[in-house]
Design a protein around this ligand. Structure first.
Ligand code: SF4
Length: 63
């Protein structure tokens, strides 16, 4: 699955990073990095949880 970030919506609060730090990271400029844009099927539940944790609805999954 593909992980997309709407950068106009992301406020870099790091909630998704807390849920899935192997997929999301804030860089030194507080910009969200998606470390693995192609999410592994085995990690789907955690990625979905990270997407759901975003209060700005800035994350989306595409299969
Ligand atoms: S939870 Fe949403 S707003 Fe917060 S860093 Fe992640 S994508 Fe950005």
């Amino acid at each position: 699955m593909r992980i997309d970030v709407d950068r106009d919506q992301c406020e870099a609060n790091g909630l998704c990073v807390n849920v899935a730090p192997d997929y999301f990271e804030l860089d030194d400029d507080d910009e969200l990095l998606v470390k693995q844009p192609e999410g592994a099927e085995a990690d789907r539940a955690r990625i979905v949880q990270a997407v759901a944790s975003c209060p700005k609805v800035a994350l989306a999954l595409r299969d």
